[in-house]
Design a protein around this ligand. Structure first.
Ligand code: FRU
Length: 514
C-alpha cells in the first residue's frame, strides 16, 4: 500500500471525532437530499419559521433551531436574511436558550415610532415576541435589536404575559393601524383557544377577546397567524385566521386550517360557515406557516407566507444530514370570492414572482399525443435535478399526470413520485409510496389527494421539484400539495402518462447556494 495512503488511513481512524465534526460543519449544500432552492440550515435541526419581517432592504427569516443537534431540542431562534426572498444568508443564531428557558415560536415587528422605548440614538428597534418555554410553564417574552437583527437583548421585565399555564404559546404580533395599537394573537393550544391582546408599548398587554371553533378536527392548535388578505378582482380585503393543527390534517398528522372573517381590533369574527373546514395545503408537509410583517408597499399584491415543510409524525426521523428541516417556497396569498351557491372566500396560493429569475426554459411542447411528448422529452438533454413543470391537460376520462424522480434502471418497479389527476373523482394527487427512502417511519409513504374541479374542462399544474420535495399548485393555486421525498440521486427520469395533454413547459431551477 502506498505510504501516504496508510498515513491517511491511520489518520482517518484515529481522528474520527474530528472528522465527525468536519462532516457536521459541512457548508457545501451539495449533500444528496440538500434542497437546492429552498432554505435549510447548514447544520442541525430546524422547525417553524419565526419572526418573518422586512426591514431596511432585508427580509428576515428566524426559525426554531437546535444549535447542538439534529433532533428537536435547545430551542433557539436561528436567523437568515435575504434581499430578494430567494437567496438566503445564514447568520449566527439570534436569540439563545438561557437558564432552562427555551425560545419557542413567535413573531417580530418593526417599532418605527419607538412605542417600546427600546430605540436609542435614532436606531429603530426590531422587537421579537416569543414564548419562553420551561418545564411546566409557557409565557410570552420580548427581546429587541438595534442593529437590524444582528444582536438581541432580552427585556429585563420578561415575561410580558404569564397566565401560569403549561401550554400557552406562539404569539403573532402586528400593528393595527385603525386604532393605533399592537395586537397579539396567542394560543392555549390544548384548549384550541386563540386569545387576543392589545398593547401600546409591546410591554403591557390587555386581553381583548377569544376565538374557539367547535368544528375543528384538530385536538391541538399551534402557530396562529391573523392577516388581512386581498380579494381577487375587488378592492376588498378580508381577515384570515390561520391555525396550525397538530394532528388530524387531511393527509394525516399535522397541517393548517383557516377561517375567513373580520377583525375589529379586539377580536376575530368568523364568517366561514360552521363545519366548512378549509385547509391550506393537502399534502403531508406544510406546517406552522406565518406571513411577513412590514412588507414594502406591494400595490394590491397579497400577503407572503413561509411554512415548515415537515410533519410532526416523522420530523425527527427524516433521513437528511447534516441538517434536518426545510422551509417551503414563499407563497403569495390571495382570496377568491365565490358567489354561488353561497358567498364564501377561498384561499389562493402562488409561488412568489421573485423566484422567476431562477428559471431557465429547458423544454417546451404543445400537442396531444403523450407518446410523442415522452419521445421528444427523451431526445431533449434536460439536465439538472431541480425543475419547475407547468402542465396543461384536458380532464378527460382517463387518469393523467407525470412521474418524476423516476429510477429508469429498474424498468417500472423502481422509485418514482406520481403527480396525477383522477377525473372520475375530480382529485389531484401526489403518490410518494415508492418515492425513494420511505422506510424511516410508517406514516411517511402514501398517496395524498386534493379536491380540484376542471376550469373550462382543463387542469393546469405547476410542480416545483427539488432534491427532496415536490410542491404542486393546482389551477393557479386553487389547491396545493406539498410533500417531501427522498429519492436516489440517480432517479432523474420524468415520464408523462394519460390522455388529454395540451402543453408542457419544463424550466430548470438554479440553485440558490453558491
Ligand atoms: C410547532 C411548535 C410550536 C412551538 C415550537 C417549539 O411546531 O410546537 O408550538 O412554539 O414548535 O419548537
Amino acid at each position: 500500500m502506498n505510504r501516504a495512503l496508510v498515513v491517511l488511513l491511520v489518520f482517518d481512524l484515529t481522528t474520527s471525532a474530528l472528522l465527525a465534526q468536519r462532516v457536521t460543519s459541512d457548508t457545501t449544500y451539495k449533500q444528496t437530499y440538500r434542497p437546492q432552492y429552498h432554505f435549510s440550515a447548514r447544520n442541525n435541526w430546524l422547525n417553524d419559521p419565526n419572526g418573518l419581517v422586512y426591514y431596511d432592504g432585508e427580509y428576515h427569516l428566524f426559525y426554531q433551531y437546535n444549535p447542538f443537534g439534529i433532533r428537536w431540542g435547545h430551542m433557539t431562534w436561528g436567523h437568515a436574511i435575504s434581499r430578494d426572498l430567494v437567496h438566503w444568508q445564514e447568520l449566527p443564531s439570534a436569540i439563545p436558550e438561557e437558564n432552562g428557558t427555551m425560545i419557542y415560536s413567535g413573531s417580530c415587528v418593526v417599532d418605527k415610532t419607538n412605542t417600546s422605548g427600546f430605540g436609542q440614538d435614532g436606531h429603530i428597534p426590531l422587537v421579537a415576541v416569543y414564548t419562553g418555554a420551561k418545564t411546566g410553564n409557557q409565557s410570552q417574552h420580548i427581546a429587541y435589536s438595534l442593529d437590524k437583527g444582528r444582536t438581541w437583548t432580552k427585556y429585563a421585565g420578561n415575561p410580558v404575559i404569564d397566565l401560569k399555564q403549561k401550554d400557552f404559546r406562539d404569539p403573532k404580533v402586528f400593528w393595527y393601524e385603525p386604532s393605533q395599537h399592537w395586537v397579539m394573537v396567542v394560543l392555549l393550544p390544548t384548549d384550541k383557544k386563540a386569545l387576543f391582546y392589545k398593547s401600546t408599548n409591546l410591554k403591557e398587554w390587555t386581553k381583548t377577546g377569544e376565538f374557539t371553533a367547535n368544528d375543528s378536527p384538530a385536538t391541538v392548535w399551534e402557530c396562529p397567524d391573523l392577516v388581512e388578505v386581498p380579494v381577487d378582482g375587488t378592492m376588498e380585503r378580508k381577515w384570515v385566521l390561520f391555525l396550525s393543527m397538530g394532528n388530524n390534517a387531511p393527509a394525516g398528522g399535522s397541517g393548517i386550517q383557516y377561517y375567513v372573517g373580520r377583525f375589529n381590533g379586539s377580536t376575530f369574527i368568523n364568517e366561514s360557515k360552521p363545519g366548512d373546514i378549509r385547509f391550506v395545503d393537502w399534502g403531508k408537509d406544510y406546517y406552522a406557516a406565518i406571513t411577513f410583517n412590514n412588507l414594502p408597499r406591494r400595490g394590491n399584491r397579497g400577503a407572503i407566507s413561509i411554512g415548515w415543510m415537515n410533519n410532526l409524525q416523522y420530523a425527527n426521523d427524516i433521513p437528511t444530514t447534516p441538517f434536518r428541516g426545510t422551509m417551503t417556497l414563499p407563497r403569495e396569498l390571495r382570496l377568491a370570492k365565490i358567489l354561488a351557491p353561497a358567498l364564501r372566500y377561498e384561499l389562493r396560493q402562488q409561488p412568489i414572482q421573485e423566484l422567476k429569475p431562477l428559471l431557465n426554459t429547458s423544454f417546451q411542447w404543445t400537442g396531444t399525443d403523450v407518446a410523442q411528448l415522452n419521445q421528444s422529452l427523451a431526445s431533449n438533454s434536460l439536465s439538472g435535478d431541480t425543475y419547475c413543470l407547468q402542465l396543461e391537460f384536458e380532464a378527460a376520462k382517463t387518469g393523467v399526470g407525470v412521474r418524476v424522480k423516476k429510477d429508469e434502471a429498474t424498468s417500472g418497479k423502481g422509485e418514482e413520485t406520481i403527480i396525477g389527476y383522477d377525473p372520475s373523482k375530480q382529485q389531484l394527487y401526489v403518490d410518494r409510496s415508492r418515492s425513494g427512502d420511505v422506510s424511516f417511519k410508517k406514516e411517511f409513504p402514501g398517496r395524498f389527494t386534493a379536491p380540484l374541479k376542471p376550469q373550462n374542462g382543463k387542469i393546469s399544474l405547476q410542480i416545483w421539484v427539488d432534491r427532496s420535495s415536490v410542491e404542486v399548485f393546482g389551477n393557479n393555486g386553487e389547491v396545493t400539495l406539498t410533500n417531501q421525498i427522498f429519492p436516489k440521486p440517480e432517479s432523474r427520469g420524468i415520464e408523462f402518462f394519460g390522455d388529454g395533454f395540451r402543453s408542457v413547459l419544463i424550466r430548470s431551477v438554479e440553485p440558490i447556494w453558491k
